[in-house]
Every structure is written in C-alpha cells, then in structure tokens.
Design a protein around this ligand. Sequence first.
Ligand SMILES: [Zn+2]
Length: 310
Amino acid sequence: MRTLVHRPRRLRRSAALRNLVRETQLSVHDFVLPLFVSEKLDERRAISSMPGVFQIPLKQVSDEARKAQDVGLQAVLLFGIPENKDEQASSAYSENGIIQKALRGIKSKCPDLVTITDVCLCEYMSHGHCGVTRIDGDHFHVLNDESVELLVKTALSHAAAGADMVAPSDMMDGRIGAIREALDIAGFDQTGIMSYAAKFASSFYGPFREAAESPPQFGDRRSYQMDFANANEALREVALDIDEGADILMVKPALPYLDILWRVRERFEKPTAVYHVSGEYAMVKSAVIDQNGWPLEYLSRRAFPFDACS
Ligand SMILES: [Zn+2]
C-alpha cells in the first residue's frame, strides 16, 4: 500500500473540521427580501404563481419590514404597484407615490433596515414597458434618453424619501451615470446605486409580472434587456456601469447565468449580486409542492451529503 502524503479527507472527518475550513458561508446577511407594495389593496393578496409571496398593502409594509428585520434580514428591495398608470409613469416619481410613502413608513419604524428601491418605469406605464415608447407604423421604439430623464427623477424622489440605495432595473444606456450625477448634485452623495448591470431577457421573469402587474401590453423587452447568448457583452455592460458609478453590480437571472456571475466577480472584484428571479423560485416551489412532495432539503445542496449520496 502506498503512503499518501496528501489526504484531503483529513479535513472532512468531523463537523467541526468541516466548519473550520468551509470556503463559502451563506448567512441571512447575504439576502435581500423583495417586497411588492400595492396602493390598490387593503389586505395582502397571494401571488398564485409564487406560493408564499404576497402583494402587501401600504399600511402593512412597515410591519412586514419589521418582521424581516426580526429574523435577521438587513435589507429589503421595494417594488411598487400604483393605483394609476399613464404614458409618462408619473406616479413613479410623485412625492406621494407608493414607494415614496412606503419608504417613509419603513424608515420611521425600522431606521436601520437598508432600503433599496427598484427604479424602473414598467409598473407605472400604462403600456408596461420600462421606458417611454414611440409607435412608428407597425414598430414601436423604447426611447433611451427620454426614459433616462424619468428614471433620474424617480431615483431622486426615492432618495428624498429615504432610500439607502436605488436599483435601476431598466437596462437603458447611460442611466447609471445620469442618476449618479443627479444624486450628487442634489446632495445625495451617500445614496448608493445597485445596478442591474447584466440583465438578460428571460422567460424566468413571467411570475414576477403577475406580482408587479407589469407585463408589456405589446411587443417584448428584447430591445433593451440583453440577448441571452451574449457573455462578452455582459462584461462590457458591467464595465460601463462601474465607470458610471455603480456601487453593486447585479447579474439577473441567477442560476442560468452563474458563468457570467463568476466572470464578473473575477474580472472586476466589486460587490456583486444575483437576483434569484420569480421563475426560478416558482420552479423550486412547484417541485416541492406539486412533484411528489419532494422535501425542500432534497433540493438544497447542503442536504445532499446526508440524503442523496447513495
Ligand atoms: Zn421595468
């Protein structure tokens, strides 16, 4: 029998040893909880495609935030469902818009909770696109610079209402730089930007559109969200957002784009986030609930050594 110099299993002998050398630790501090706040509801409403997720009325959002904080979460990401939509998304940047009111409520009850706000126009536009549109015969265009102007107004109004960080999710060109500049001029130099830097067009967003009531009424989002086949372009998008002042870079969706996440992390060494999107969540939930009642632990990687090694 050969004498082995290297025996990697030495460090796997006990739970204590494994804990000692574990390279990746995931804690409650790593998560951000999305909250869907509705101006139209008096009671919470279940989102049928996402079991366990609800639209929350404005009057309950502070309590919901408090509950999140009580279990150790430190950050929430707010999405608004307004009473009124129009073609200028005016309730996105109204001083008394749903997000602005929700922010003030949460900050009065949970001042230490990090509040991040989705900055986009689709929930507030009557047509459901993430920017200002123009129809030319059979074609429609989502106008970039006109949309950026409204996104800047939205980000400023969120900062004024107490957002710690704004998260532009629209994928218009140049919006990070425009928002950074406007925030700084207005005195919000401590308000951060979490950029949806590499956001790919994806069917995985389907259930979210029910949650946020924001499906496009015509066309799709492929003229602004990224082509799912493009990895190098994702790195260029991320580099642009870093140059323009993004503090945190996001890759979205999560599981189908872990290669992109890895490349972004390796190349830029900036704080990096992924959005585990509604379709991914719905898949896990449907496997648990619909498919033979698979226990959730069975689907989680940590459980495999105990349950599925045979
Ligand atoms: Zn949008």
